[in-house]
Design a protein around this ligand. Structure first.
Ligand code: FES
Length: 106
């Protein structure tokens, strides 16, 4: 499926995202090197660091936040209405066309 990721420099990248590799958005950003090493995915995708925070830019039907995701976002910086943790969004056919912007590094 196609996913659009706007990096921290404001550059938009439309990337191919595999739905059969059990990947999430944080891992996708790392795979395409859209954020410098060590600035995203610090906790390894455990919803414990918020380095993978991103803003959801379009109306795609995403799964609800878990309590862990909610708790982490309530402590993170630069959180907006449309903030999610990239590591908690799995790449499935339902999210085709999703557009996200990486939150600033903090
Ligand atoms: Fe740490 Fe997502 S990688 S919260």
């Amino acid at each position: 499926i196609k996913i659009t990721i706007i990096d921290r420099d404001g550059i938009s990248h439309e990337v191919d995202a595999p739905t059969d590799m059990n990947m999430n958005i944080m891992e996708l950003v790392r795979a395409y090197e859209l954020a410098p090493e060590g600035t995203i995915g610090i906790c390894g995708g455990m919803a414990m660091c918020a380095s993978c925070q991103c803003y959801i830019l379009n109306d795609v039907d995403l799964p609800e936040k878990s309590d862990d995701e909610d708790a982490m976002l309530s402590e993170a910086f630069n959180v907006k209405e449309n903030s999610r943790l990239g590591c908690q969004i799995h790449i499935t056919p339902e999210i085709e066309g999703l557009k996200v912007e990486l939150a600033p590094e903090n």
